[in-house]
Design a protein around this ligand. Sequence first.
Ligand SMILES: [Zn+2]
Length: 134
Amino acid sequence: MISRNRSGFTLVEMFIAVVIIGMLAGIAIPKFGNLSEQAKTQSCRHNMRSLAGALQMYYASTGHYPHANEGHRWRKFSAIEEYLQNWEQLKCPSCDTHYRYRITGRDYDNFSIRGWNRNCLNNHGMYVNGMPNW
Ligand SMILES: [Zn+2]
């Protein structure tokens, strides 16, 4: 009588296990990669919401937006430092660039916000006339 005293795994069993793990990783890794992009998008939009909130606080206490009546060009957020002290640390997590705002409307009574980078603008959206476009 042949007694097969098996302990441990055969080479074929190990090979099958490695193939299965490889296939599972192939499914999971692209998903995690996508999650990381989604997290960056959410984080970027959260930054823009904070900046919009600071602009609205500025408006609520002064009756106008910073540098209103000085044209519609895009500006840095230094003017709202009093309302959002960490404005300088707020950067798009994907491209590491700051945001800028622009006063809009004929009466300078609205604003837009965007990341100062084309990829950020295309992938994360912007505020247009006080509202997010995403
Ligand atoms: Zn961004």
